[in-house]
Design a protein around this ligand. Structure first.
Ligand SMILES: [Cu+2]
Length: 442
């Protein structure tokens, strides 16, 4: 197993070295290369918006950090072309990986259609091995189901196969290979499918903010560019649409908008309890269909298991910057090593002195918690375990974390920036008068 210790190339005890890696890098000029590019994270981020599709009346789904697959109509059939291929992908500024995906991206572009549409999808295989595409949750003839060996021969490298079926039901579905799934899915070959209801009145098209987010998890050893498809646990990069915070694009809504989050999970192993601040929502659809109104209940966290879709809806009625994230604490960290000793509360002054004899400038970290490790200098091609710039300092989360920005009015397609809180509505340090007035003894 590659640990940060082996990357560092020092003989230090593993745990302390893991925790102190960035400080060590700073103390060894040229030893580990320069910055990982974390400054780039501060550049303003353009938002991806759903563009109206000519001849279609649905409100297009927005894919944060992603795209929708274009189609052409040929004799009443919507014709798509998916290309399975190796890609270079940026997880967050500073961390670039060699992944596999579709049409240049991971997840592959969203396939969007309307209930009743006849669709034809050509799949070209530009990988070095065979593949198939399975249309997860879509009702198709058995021979279109994309299971290599069972319903079709796998698509050899260089060949193009043709799938054709009718989207008989509305809903949110997914696509992925059903050949060497472990490798191909782990390397990023996943995508979502949205089929809008045929009846316009069911769409609530006017003021819906409709988002698709695919949860995924990766094992990307520090300093490497190739995710490890053999990983079965200890994934160290967790993503929405293959981006880790601070690389995740914010979601936006105006007060009064109905917000729909279509949440898919095609990660290899982990289920994700996804939590929204400031709101309660209901699960309205799964990849199995619509949840009857009488069977819904309010939640603030929805568990999205591997191989499932959960669609949640709520009305945006409270302005603010609201966190949306996986509630597993290790899933809001980036590239964290886990084989470090627990130093919280430990007196490490003597230890630092001893190690500094062999590694000048050495400083143990972690004795006050992990919050002091944000935004440190990084080894080449890696990202900080946590931390993005926020309006009140560093946001000490990474991974599966994004922000829902609700505003009274949005202007155009740009990130509205940070929320301007009304006077007196932000937590702050208590004054002495307030403390004594309320009989708080310190
Ligand atoms: Cu999670």
């Amino acid at each position: 197993m590659i640990t940060r210790r082996t990357v560092l190339g020092s003989g230090l005890a593993a745990g302390a070295a893991l925790i102190a890696r960035a400080r060590l890098a700073a103390a060894q000029p040229g030893g580990m290369g320069g910055m990982g590019g974390s400054d780039d994270a501060r550049a303003p981020m353009p938002l991806t918006h759903g563009r109206a599709v000519a001849g279609e009346s649905y409100t297009p789904v927005v894919v944060p950090n992603g795209a929708t697959l274009p189609f052409e109509k040929k004799g009443g059939v919507k014709v798509f072309h998916l290309v399975a291929e190796p890609i270079t992908h940026t997880i967050a500024p500073g961390l670039e990986i060699e992944a596999w995906g579709y049409n240049g991206s991971t997840p592959g572009p969203l396939i969007e259609a309307v209930e009743g549409d006849r669709i034809r999808i050509y799949v070209t295989n530009k990988l070095g091995e065979a593949t198939t595409v399975h249309w997860h949750g879509v009702f198709v003839p058995s021979g279109m189901d994309g299971v290599g060996g069972l319903t079709q021969p796998a698509i050899p490298p260089g060949k193009t196969f043709r799938y054709e079926f009718t989207m008989t039901k509305a809903g949110t579905f997914m696509y992925h290979p059903h050949f060497d799934e472990m490798t191909q899915i782990a390397l990023g070959m996943v995508g979502m499918i949205v089929v809008h209801p045929r009846e316009k009145k069911k769409r609530r098209a006017e003021n819906v903010r409709d988002y698709a987010l695919m949860a995924h998890e990766w094992k990307i050893p520090i300093g490497s560019r190739r995710p490890d498809p053999l990983a079965m646990n200890d994934f160290n990069v967790l993503t929405f649409n293959s981006k880790a915070f601070p690389g995740t694009e914010p979601l936006v809504a105006e007060v009064g908008d109905r917000v729909r989050l279509r949440l898919g999970n095609l990660g290899p192993m982990d289920h994700h309890p996804l939590h929204l601040h400031g709101y309660a929502f209901q699960v309205t659809w799964t990849d199995g269909g619509e949840v009857p109104a009488g069977a819904r209940w309010p939640e603030t966290t929805v568990l999205v298991p591997v191989g499932a879709v959960r669609v949640v809806e709520f009305v945006a009625d409270t302005p603010g910057d609201w966190a949306f994230h996986c509630h597993m604490t290790h899933h809001v960290m980036n590239q964290m090593g886990h084989d470090a000793p627990n130093l919280i509360g430990a007196d490490v002054k003597g230890l630092d002195k001893q190690i500094a004899k062999v590694v000048p400038g050495y400083m143990t970290m972690g004795q006050h918690g992990m919050g002091d490790m944000m935004g440190m200098t990084q080894p080449d091609n890696s990202i900080s375990m946590l931390g993005g710039d926020g309006p009140f300092g560093m946001i000490d989360m990474g991974g599966m974390f994004t922000v829902l920005k609700v505003r009274d009015k949005l202007t155009g397609d740009t990130d509205p920036g940070w929320y301007e809180h009304p006077e007196g509505t932000v937590a702050r340090e208590a004054t002495a008068d307030e403390l004594s007035g309320d009989d708080i003894k310190l």
